[in-house]
Design a protein around this ligand. Structure first.
Ligand SMILES: [Zn+2]
Ligand SMILES: [Zn+2]
Length: 646
């Protein structure tokens, strides 16, 4: 008999040589229908693998990351089969699953293939898939494996096999096709119902420029046709909402290779937008008892040796800045925390004065490889809406609740409605991985969980996901396209108070260590604005958007009067611009729409005479005619609705 343990901890016995599929069938038919791959003792296996020892078994469906991986890995086999069939004499190399589909690297020799061939290949893949060929996995000796590929003159596969250990070489067969493979397939080809090849690109064998250039064919596949249609729509929508594209159209930010990669330059409209976000948060923070502090952009290397950042990240980040004087070394600030610890240390504290909450929009610099840089989401310099709270252990629960309120206020004001909280605790089986006493950890974890519950948040607990220095609470936000982002983090820290010897005097006049909380509702201003742009498609909340109204005079003779209306709006703190260009009204409206301006006010003869204006809303909605004072009231009311007081 086999003793099988499931992820929920349940242990059950099964006949020796039972397969994951049989085990799933004995649990429920629904499960058996849905599982497409499995893992045994941490290793990828087939659903048809005969189990011959006790162990931990996990099932995966299409909904799991591992299920998708098996699905796409199997689809790569299918793609390779069709390529070999359609392009005689080509040589297959490697074809893995990736986070969003799969690819295969092929040496096409003197044959050519292009995007024009995609539909022919896709159709043939589906045609073969329909026959429900099983993926059969088998071991093969090194000699036989090399013979198999030598016959086809495939030096690439031979090279791969030569680097493998005899006895650990496996092939996978389906239909009339065989490939060298490490395993992890779906049961049969029939599950693949929709395929789309997405692009072709050049790739060097083993990623080395000195090697032969191969052709990389990318694709994605799904168990249902509708999922492919949805995916293509998603890609289209994501392209339209790309913050790099919209950031340019809305004139928010730019990059310059002369300034340096990954260093955003904020244009006037972008700078104003950031200022509005900053003052919005500063106002709420002030009400919550935070105090603003300011710290420099560089710090002595000693500071980061003391904090431990240098030992951990120093080698792989920006290198120290040297001065003309000997022995002086400074680092670009990678984090604000050490600076804030030193600000705390500038005086002696009594328990009566805690908590102390220091906030700073602090710009930090972190080295990212150039290939990792992406718009505003991965940059080398960014500004955190950082704050550090120094408090007693008894104050942790209240402080957490206050920070949760602040984070929720940020989400509500900016239209993020779909989020969950993740509580990251330590792994109690590996206590020596963490610093801080048992009792402190227990207290802090309790404080976080209770605060999360008391605030009525939907949350899940992840064991072993805490930082080595303390437990944390993260917010996972779903954007309008269903993508999940981590936004807003609250972390307890036992490490820095120790390293910086932070203290306060308690009721009994003895010296105590405060607990430190790091928190940042936006996280990074750059990344947050990028996500906000993509979430809203550039239609930012009315209180935040750069230009709330465009004034469009119908003709030359209306310009003077338009200026007057502009002044009136400006006096009411409504952000407006006037489009004075000699273009048609239609063109001006279209361009204003492109710039995502919420309202357009068209001014002609009749309007001038009666002080009544034709108002159009973004998206083509005609609001009809309104008196100017009514319009001002309308827009101010609407702004207030999108931004409530904290
Ligand atoms: Zn395979
Ligand atoms: Zn910090």
């Amino acid at each position: 008999m086999l003793k099988i343990r499931f992820p929920d901890g349940a242990i059950r016995s099964f006949e020796l040589y039972s397969t994951p599929f049989q085990i799933a069938s004995s649990i429920s038919q629904g499960l058996a229908r849905n599982i497409i791959s499995a893992e045994f003792n941490g290793k990828k296996i087939e659903t048809s693998t005969k189990l011959n020892e006790d162990g931990d078994l996990k099932f995966f469906t299409w909904e799991d990351k591992q299920g998708k991986e098996a699905f796409w890995h199997s689809s790569a086999h299918l793609l390779a089969q069709v390529l070999e069939e359609l392009y005689d004499g080509i040589k297959l190399t490697i074809g893995p699953a990736i986070s969003n589909g799969f690819y295969y690297d092929v040496d096409f020799g003197n044959k050519t293939m292009s995007e024009k061939d995609f539909s022919k290949i896709e159709n043939r893949m589906i045609e073969i898939a329909r026959n429900q060929h099983e993926f059969k996995f088998r071991s093969v000796s090194k000699k036989k494996a090399i013979d198999f590929y030598s016959k086809n003159n495939n030096q690439y596969k031979v090279e791969l096999i030569e680097n493998l250990e005899d006895g650990k070489i496996t092939f996978c067969d389906h239909d009339n096709f065989t490939d060298l493979c490490k395993g992890g397939h779906i049961p049969h080809t029939g599950l693949i119902k929709a395929v789309k090849l997405t692009s072709v690109a050049g790739a060097y064998w083993r990623g080395d420029q000195n090697n032969t250039q191969l052709t990389r064919v990318y694709g994605i596949s799904f168990p249902k046709q509708k999922q492919l249609t949805d995916h293509l729509n998603f890609l289209e929508e994501a392209k339209k909402r790309d913050h790099r594209k919209l950031g340019k159209e809305l004139e928010l930010f730019t990059f310059s290779s002369t300034v340096g990669q990954g260093l955003p330059l904020w244009l006037p409209k972008g700078a104003e937008l950031r200022e509005r976000l900053e003052s919005f948060l500063k106002k709420a923070q002030k009400k919550s008892g935070y105090q603003q502090v300011i710290s420099p952009h560089i710090g002595n290397k000693e500071l980061y040796t003391k904090s431990g950042h240098y030992q951990k990240y120093g080698e792989s980040s920006f290198q120290p800045i040297l001065t003309p004087a000997d022995g002086e070394e400074f680092l670009l600030k990678p984090m604000n925390c050490p600076h804030h610890c030193e600000i705390y240390n500038s005086k002696q504290w009594s328990y009566k004065e805690l908590p102390v909450r220091y906030a700073e929009f602090g710009t930090v610099y972190r080295y990212e490889q150039s290939g990792e840089l992406h718009g505003l989401t991965r940059v080398r310099g960014f500004t955190q809406d950082d704050a550090h709270i120094f408090c007693t252990e008894e104050q942790l629960n209240d402080e957490f609740k206050n920070v949760i309120d602040l984070v929720l206020y940020v989400f509500n004001s900016l239209g993020f409605e779909n989020f969950t909280a993740q509580v990251s605790l330590r792994d109690t089986k590996n206590k020596d991985k963490y610093i801080g006493s048992d009792s402190s950890w227990e207290e802090a974890e309790k404080a976080i969980i209770n605060a999360t519950k008391e605030k009525g948040l939907k949350y899940k607990i992840e064991y072993g996901e805490a930082a080595f220095y303390g437990p944390k609470l993260d917010f996972m936000v779903k954007d309008a396209l269903g993508r999940e982002w981590q936004l807003g983090t609250i972390q307890v820290d036992y490490n820095l108070p120790e390293r910086f010897e932070l203290s306060y005097v308690d009721q009994n006049n003895s010296s105590k260590r405060p607990v430190m909380i790091h928190r940042a509702p936006f996280g990074s201003m750059e990344r947050f604005i990028a996500i906000l742009i993509e979430h809203t498609g550039g239609n930012l909340p009315l209180w935040l958007t750069s230009n709330q109204v465009t004034l469009i005079p119908v003709g030359e003779k209306h310009k003077k009067y338009t200026e007057k209306v502009f002044k009136l709006l400006e006096n009411n703190e409504i952000r407006a611009t006037v489009d004075m260009r000699n273009e048609t009204v239609g063109k001006k409206i279209r361009e204003s729409e492109l710039k995502k301006v919420p309202f357009m006010l068209i001014i002609g003869d009749e309007e001038k005479k009666n002080k009544i204006f034709s108002i159009r809303e973004h998206g083509g909605n005609d609001l009809g005619k309104m008196e100017i004072n009514d319009f001002i009231k309308y827009i101010l009311d609407k702004t207030k609705k999108t931004l409530k007081e904290f």
